[in-house]
Ligand binder design. Structure first.
Ligand SMILES: [Fe+2]
Length: 329
């Protein structure tokens, strides 16, 4: 950009007291009103953080070095930034804000760093796990909308670890996907498949995020769970998981993903289901009724929640492209 064409508002004589205002004024030419709003709030909170903690130069440099290391260890299959966001509770907060759920619908949870885009499409009844040491599990679920109608043809991405608590991507020399699949719901909204009973596992903790947890006297474990992601045009993208009740890490998940409504008991297959799905009686069973929310319901609820939250902070906003920006009119 040609500097002579940019009319940055003149800075005032810089002091500790007006540096925040000066930076915000300098950023104020940004044409994207949403970005301008976010930068204004980001600069304000960053400056407040430094002022309130009386941040030392050494601490500031330690923080920058830490972020550098997070970037250096990150690859296509090692997402340290997602992990950092997860262990700070930011991921679950953003999901709750961006994907609000009306009562009775399925809540979302963290995506985590292990989703891949190469899972194979499988048919009803197929097995997504090839780990002979895992406890075989029958999974039978339904998928409905908020009116209780079955939702057909939803793309459902499912992934879990093997019986040792590792995702396929954590093995060197991975040849293809395992412990993951894509299913489609039938006309009755049902989808079912075979898997293994989930086990607890630690998030990768041999990098900077692991060292941070250690320093904070936190463990890196996640309670036993299976991930689900639902996609169909007209419905809000749902990223969620089911957690096993009474897991040793149920109340101390390293990434804050557990919610009561997503916590389930592993049951046993009775005579009726045994015949229907051709598995032995007493076989482990996971069943759950998922409820999807339409895009329209979600955007209305998101806009309403934004107005209420910002009203409480005394900010007048309007909703543009589904997101709040200052209302200056
Ligand atoms: Fe996971």
């Amino acid at each position: 950009m040609d500097p002579s064409e940019v009319k940055i508002p003149p800075m005032k004589n810089l002091t500790v007291g007006n540096i925040t205002e000066n930076v915000i004024r300098t950023n104020s030419l940004c044409k994207d009103v949403r970005m301008k709003f976010m930068l204004e709030r980001l600069v304000t909170h960053l400056h407040d953080f430094a002022s309130e903690t009386r941040l030392s130069s050494d601490e500031w440099m330690t923080g920058l070095r830490f972020l550098t290391e997070v970037g250096q260890i990150t690859t296509e299959v090692r997402q340290e930034y997602i992990l950092l966001s997860d262990v700070l509770g930011l991921s679950i907060l953003v999901d709750s804000i961006d994907h609000p759920k009306p009562p009775g619908s399925t809540e979302g949870t963290v995506l985590g760093p292990f989703h891949t885009h190469d899972a194979e499409e499988m048919s009803a009844g197929d097995s997504m796990s090839h780990d002979p040491k895992g406890e075989p599990l029958l999974v039978v679920c339904t998928l409905r909308d908020t009116e209780g109608r079955p939702v057909e043809g939803v793309k459902i991405d499912i992934w879990e670890t093997d019986s040792s608590g590792h995702y396929d991507v954590q093995y060197a020399g991975r040849e293809g996907p395992d412990g993951r699949c894509i299913m489609r719901s039938g006309s009755d909204g049902v989808f079912w498949f075979k898997a293994i009973t989930p086990v607890p596992y630690p998030i990768p903790h041999d990098g900077p995020v692991g060292r941070l947890l250690k320093k904070l006297h936190r463990h890196p474990y996640r309670p036993s769970h299976m991930h689900f992601m639902f996609e169909k045009e007209g419905y809000d993208h749902l990223i969620t998981a089911l957690y096993l009740r009474n897991d040793p890490y149920e109340t101390s998940d390293a990434v804050f993903g557990v919610k009561d409504s997503l916590t389930v008991d592993i049951g046993k297959v009775g005579p009726e289901l045994s015949k229907k799905y051709d598995v032995p009686e007493g076989h482990a069973l996971l069943s759950y009724d998922f409820v999807l929310v339409s895009d329209e319901e979600t955007s209305q609820l998101r806009a309403y929640n934004s107005k209420v939250a910002l009203d409480k902070l005394g900010r007048r906003v309007k909703i543009v492209n589904g997101l709040p920006v200052p209302d200056l009119d």
